[in-house]
Design a protein around this ligand. Sequence first.
Ligand SMILES: Cc1cc2nc3c(=O)[nH]c(=O)nc-3n(C[C@H](O)[C@H](O)[C@H](O)COP(=O)(O)OP(=O)(O)OC[C@H]3O[C@@H](n4cnc5c(N)ncnc54)[C@H](O)[C@@H]3O)c2cc1C
Length: 386
Amino acid sequence: MTRVVVLGAGIVGAACARELALAGCAVTVVERGRPAAATTAHGEGNVLVSDKGPGPELELARLSRRLWPQILDGLPDAGGVEWDPKGGIVVATTEAGAGALRDFAASQRAAGVDAGEMDAAALADAEPHVTKDVTAAVHYPEDAQVQPAGAATALLADAIRAGAVLRTGREVLGAVTRGGRITGVRTSAGIIEGEAFVNAAGPWSGEVAARLGVRLGVRPRRGEVLVTAPQPPTVFHKVYDADYVGAVGSGAEELQASAVVESTRAGTILLGSSRRRVGFDDRMRPEVLSVIARKALRLFPCLAEVPVMRAYGGFRPYVADHLPVIGADPGLAGLWHTTGHEGAGIGLSVGTAAVLRDLMFGNEPEIDAKPFRVDRPAVRSEGESG
Ligand SMILES: Cc1cc2nc3c(=O)[nH]c(=O)nc-3n(C[C@H](O)[C@H](O)[C@H](O)COP(=O)(O)OP(=O)(O)OC[C@H]3O[C@@H](n4cnc5c(N)ncnc54)[C@H](O)[C@@H]3O)c2cc1C
């Protein structure tokens, strides 16, 4: 039985551990803190196809979207996952934005995404409180939502049921190598040996890779979200401004923000989100929160009187070409990476795990995994810092 050590117990590590344990590997998950407590606890939980244009990330998103309900159906208790296939609605509020949104939706439709334009009456029916200043709206019925920490915990529990072992409070410090191959990781509580190692350390996976002696261009990209006090039903889909896609695709260091509004099962409304490249600086910036609130109010003016209960932030694992990294490390045999999902790692986790399993077992993955390979320039070259 192949011994696999998964480094990191966020949602990506949890999904990989589950997939590999079910495939018959002897899996150990090593986590320096607690499971699902880092970036995974700071995401909004959208499982989206709507924000992805035709290409490899959309294919991974569609694979993941197919897998989520199948996986949840097989879990003994998936209640905490709060799976909600509520659909998404993207709106434009300017004429230029309307043209761009229609073109984007047409390209997605050509790639097989269900993306239907809504007229004003259909939009008012679906989202009665959204602004009337909408120039175009597109409905994406495939968009869904999970509770991120609940989802990660459920995947990890399934991995443990399949035989995986979780080791928390152990920080990965370095590699033990023999003949150009990694045979163990040195941790703060001793060495853990194995035949294969999966770097799933999210925004810290560049740092973990460096400790293991290889280069990986994954860096943190900060994001913040506001949470309102619980409300009566007000927002029924995930609703976001069409300019969100531009903010996601931009690699700019300075603040990018666009309105993303959705309710949770607890009745709170999440107002997101920002994107900033500030290293691991986790200070809350009131001016960033103001921009998020202002943009959300443009979409839902009725939220003006609603109290904000709290704000939180996290670090997305960012790669300069905006694609995840899934594959074997070309410089250190036995090392694999599953990271770099930026703002989509919750949704993409289960597809990533399926692709990793196939690659590790020498099978053809369901989607083309070459675009995610580790030796591409954005991941391997020295690139920018920060
Ligand atoms: C504001 C915000 C909103 C978001 N919204 C969404 C969304 O709606 N939908 C979506 O799909 N994604 C969203 N994301 C992105 C998503 O949260 C991430 O892509 C995802 O959580 C990454 O998961 P991960 O398992 O790779 O990383 P993490 O959850 O960070 O897990 C990595 C783990 O590795 C551990 N680790 C690090 N270093 C070491 C070490 N040396 N030794 C041992 N363990 C170590 C960490 O403690 C951590 O637990 C959002 C992110 C943010 C910040």
